[in-house]
Ligand binder design. Structure first.
Ligand code: SF4
Length: 169
């Protein structure tokens, strides 16, 4: 039994390790660190606002804090108050009920400020239909600086999206 296991193990190799991806991600991480240093004096604060999401986008964002992506070490921090933020990261379909809270949070972010939308929901590209309960797409109500697509976007997609945003501003 054990011999069969080890034969299979050696033949299959390690599925959890991607050396090429690791090298690419290390380069992206370094580029983000450099851009944050250049454009935001080494510290970029993000306030995440859920305007009616299924929480999968938030779950993927949580992975950015793990030791592999470790966003904090690149100078990007998630903050609890819009008053401490540079960027609003908006997820969800912008429901009627959340609309005023989103606008209120946006007003409280000090200038200069930017909004980045996360996932297909804020762009109304999800299976959800336009109903009285949804005020999306978010870009019709807010000056969206950058959009990160996906349903949900993977941590890799999000981190690449942050780099694209940093290069735009
Ligand atoms: S984009 Fe997809 S994963 Fe993200 S909140 Fe909408 S439905 Fe959920």
């Amino acid at each position: 039994m054990m011999i069969r296991f080890w034969k299979k193990r050696i033949k299959t190799g390690m599925l959890t390790e991607h050396p090429e991806f690791d090298v690419e991600m290390a380069e992206i991480r370094q580029q983000i660190k450099d851009e944050v240093k250049k454009r935001f004096a080494g510290s970029l604060a993000i306030r995440m606002v859920d305007s009616g999401s299924c929480n999968a986008c938030e779950a993927e964002c949580n992975a950015l804090s793990n030791p592999y992506y470790d966003l904090e070490r690149l100078g990007i921090h998630f903050v609890a108050s819009p008053r401490h933020a540079d960027v609003m990261l908006l997820s969800g379909v912008l429901t009627f009920n959340m609309y005023h809270h989103v606008m209120d949070a946006w007003k409280q972010i000090p200038e200069p400020k930017w909004i980045v939308t996360l996932g297909d929901c804020p762009a109304m590209q999800t299976p959800f239909q336009t109903t009285f309960a949804i005020k999306g797409p978010a870009a019709e109500h807010l000056p969206v600086a950058h959009h990160i697509s996906g349903c949900p976007p993977s941590p890799e997609r999000i981190i690449r999206g942050f780099l694209e945003f940093l290069r735009k501003v």
